[in-house]
Write a protein that binds this ligand. Structure first.
Ligand code: ADP
Ligand code: MG
Length: 710
């Protein structure tokens, strides 16, 4: 991601944002060090760290600060940092040296043990000391920077522990700790790196090049160099490199990478195709409509990445605990080192036990246990077409007790169909449809789309309209060929004071699963359209699964009229429904559901239901692949139109919270066990170091299982 530099005020400030990768930022202490180092820089506006991604998001004033100044400042802490889109400067020398020292340290320990066995204790002691010092050089360097920033990081604690062990004459022990610490850090780094790659691989779907036709010649060019309006060729079986509109050819495209929906979608001229999706058997000519950084895929990746910064409350709890834990254990170490010896016990024994406490005072496994689970869950969900905008939403999703659905386009099919057209005296059915379509071209409501599609199929030339006004929850109106046309439900006609013709029942549907839309011309009802409005095939199954997942109450809030609402509610065995609601009224019912039954999840299609989505504890918008508003505004966006993703999201959220709890329990239990063993003298320094790494590795491994959760 390139730093986006947007000019807010030309004379004074240049607001800019940059994302850095930081190597060596593995635990909270490093974040504190970074903050202490960067906060004083003039022009720095905001910092947020993503431990799992090892990324640092920086907002700064480009008039006062540069990215290279930030890189320099971080460099002084001993961590490596580079702008995310740049290759890191290779510091091979440093790393090679570090490894030479570690290998040397290991060799010296082996040699020392051999010498000790032959009784040459002086030589072996020298070797052990040398091993401890050589292996300790790098941790000591990091410790110095940490102390300068007035923080205690794991390096500092280790250095103190090793120095203490040396002073106590436990030279082999000191050397072993240094050696194991290096191995442990390497192991942890590897584990986290693997986690990062697994998570990124899920999102890194877009091809790097596109086959573009310019001036009659085809050439493969990097996607960064393509322009809007370029003609690109997508061969059978290839990935679509950029978003665009099909200009020629027919094919079936697998949109699963984007929507999580594996059923291929037919594409023919005029249809949109999206970057990252996989072309089937046909060849397609596609006109590029979005630059590479604006594709839907790019926006999804961006949303998932910013979602990580949105922290879950559990995470805050763990962090708070960690902040108390470390000082508490350090205080305990001090007590253990001082009190028993003052009471006459052997100082060597108790100081050693205090040193073990130092080693286990680092809360790293605990701190990492929560974010890895959450990030793994968010990434796995994104892969299944469910975009959850952060850990906090995930946590609330797990607590949901009530689900409220919007009806039209949510519980019922997104693709409605016009099933009949009726006209009153002076006008033909074809005219009614023509007028209605002229108004509805401008609306994105599912009813509107059905009307427009039907008019086109019937071969009607749709006239243009002016003065269009959408009346959310009721319909729309506009001026067509100089006459005022209104299209919508009874309520709209009440509002507009258009009398309904007496004796003619235009409001009741003729069949089950039909909804009636009225059309008026110049203030008088001219006709009506019947629109099929059947529940989706999977609606029943989805609701059944929700109940299995512990949802106690399922409700429907709709703007449609009572008869259609009742039919859907009965067919799906809903617990409660309310019809004839305006968007603002849905908001009120969501609040009342919440007070009566507990945390509410509202599921809508993002059209006319934004207030309800916002009022709920969690709002899910469906079909977000096709609607920008839904993608941006909801807490959770379903890329597909598949209702079954709703129970999936709840199940995943619950699994994630369980995973987090297991991780926290594992790391706390290990800490507690070692705490007791340290005080009673049942453990050694090197065992404590091993336990610490073991905990991190187990916790990360457990979290990564969520990537595969279904
Ligand atoms: P729901 O709550 O069921 O999703 P909405 O609040 O979006 O429904 O709309 C409620 C009712 O208002 C629809 O059932 C339809 O009768 C009417 N309506 C809304 N927008 C339009 C429109 N653009 N054209 C025709 N009717 C509309
Ligand atoms: Mg709706």
């Amino acid at each position: 991601m390139a730093p986006t530099e947007t000019v807010a005020c030309t004379t004074c400030e240049l607001h800019a944002e940059a994302v850095f990768r930081v190597e060596g930022m593995d635990c909270n202490e490093e974040v504190v060090i970074l903050e202490r180092r960067l906060k004083p820089l003039a022009g720095l506006e905001a910092l947020s760290a993503d431990l799992v991604g090892q990324r640092l998001h920086v907002k700064y004033d480009a008039a006062k600060l540069t990215t290279s100044a930030i890189v320099d400042a971080v460099g002084q802490t001993g961590m490596r940092i580079w702008l995310e889109h740049e290759e890191p400067a290779i510091e091979g020398g440093d790393i090679a040296w570090r490894w030479r020292l570690v290998v040397g340290c290991g060799a010296a320990i082996l040699a020392g043990v051999a010498l000790q066995a032959t009784g040459r204790t002086v030589e072996s002691a020298v070797l052990f000391t040398a091993a401890a010092v050589a292996g300790g050089i790098f941790p000591a360097r990091r410790a110095v920077t940490a102390i300068r920033s007035r923080t205690l990081d794991i390096n500092t604690l280790m250095v103190v522990a090793v120095a203490g062990a040396l002073m106590l004459g436990e030279r082999l022990e000191a050397a072993a700790v240094v050696f194991l610490f290096a191995i442990a850090q390497w192991l942890e780094l590897r584990t986290m790196e693997r986690a990062r790659q697994a998570i990124r691989a899920l999102l890194d779907l877009s091809p790097r090049e596109a086959l573009v036709r310019r001036d009659g010649a085809d050439s493969r060019i990097p996607v960064d160099d393509t322009r809007i309006g370029d003609e690109m060729l997508v061969r059978p079986g290839e990935k679509v490199p950029l978003d665009g509109v099909v200009t020629a050819g027919h094919s079936d495209v697998n949109e699963a990478p984007l929507t999580g929906e594996s059923l291929p979608v037919n594409k023919s001229p005029g249809d949109e195709v999206y970057a990252g999706t996989i072309n089937g058997h046909g060849a397609l000519d596609v006109r590029v409509t979005r630059l590479v950084r604006d594709t839907r895929l790019a926006r999804i990746i961006h949303l998932v990445e910013t979602a990580r910064a949105n922290r879950a409350p559990v995470q805050a709890f763990v962090d708070r605990f960690a902040r108390i834990y470390t000082p508490a254990v350090l205080a305990l170490a001090l007590v253990v080192a001082l009190v028993p010896p003052l009471a006459g016990a052997d100082a060597g024994v108790w100081v050693y036990r205090a040193l073990v406490l130092l080693v286990i005072s680092c809360p790293c496994a605990l701190v990492i246990s929560t974010p890895v689970s959450i990030v793994a869950a968010l990434s796995g969900a994104a892969r299944n077409g469910v975009l959850i905008k952060g850990g906090a939403h995930l946590e609330r999703l797990a607590a949901v007790r009530v689900v409220a659905f919007d009806k039209t386009g949510t519980l019922t099919r997104g693709e409605l169909r016009v099933t009949g057209v009726q006209a009153l005296d002076s006008i033909s059915p074809r005219e009614v449809l023509r007028y209605a379509a002229a108004v509805e071209v401008r609306s994105e409501h599912p009813v509107a789309r059905a009307i427009v599609a039907h008019a086109r199929e019937t071969g009607i030339e749709i006239p243009s309209a002016t003065h269009f006004a959408s009346m959310p929850g009721m319909g729309a109106q506009a001026e067509v060929e100089g006459v005022r046309i209104a299209v919508g439900n009874e309520r709209l006609f009440d509002t507009l004071r258009v009398p309904l013709p007496s004796g003619v029942d235009l409001t009741g549907a003729r069949h089950d699963g039909e909804s009636i839309v009225l059309v008026s011309r110049a203030g008088a009802v001219a006709g009506a359209l019947a629109v099929s409005d059947r529940p989706r095939e999977t609606a029943r199954e989805a609701i059944g699964l929700l109940r299995e997942h512990g949802v106690r109450w399922v409700a429907m809030l709709t703007g449609d009229h009572e008869p259609s609402a009742r039919r859907v509610a009965e067919e799906l065995h809903l617990d409660e429904y309310h019809a004839g609601l305006l968007p603002e009224q849905k908001h009120g019912f969501v609040r009342s559901l919440s007070t009566r039954h507990g945390p509410v999840l509202m599921v809508g299609d993002g059209i006319n239901d934004a207030p309800a989505l916002a009022a709920a504890d969690v709002g899910i918008a469906m079909g977000a692949a096709g609607s920008d508003a839904a993608l941006e505004s909801a807490d959770v966006a379903l890329m597909s139109d598949e209702l079954l993703r709703v129970p999936y999201a709840i199940r995943l959220a619950r699994a994630t919270l369980r995973n987090v709890r297991t991780n926290v329990a594992i790391s706390l239990a290990l800490k507690a066990a070692f705490l007791v063993m340290a005080i009673t003298g049942a453990t050694t320094l090197w065992m404590a170091v091993l336990a610490d790494t073991g905990a991190s590795v187990i916790v990360v491994g457990n979290a990564l299982r969520l990537l595969r959760a279904r």
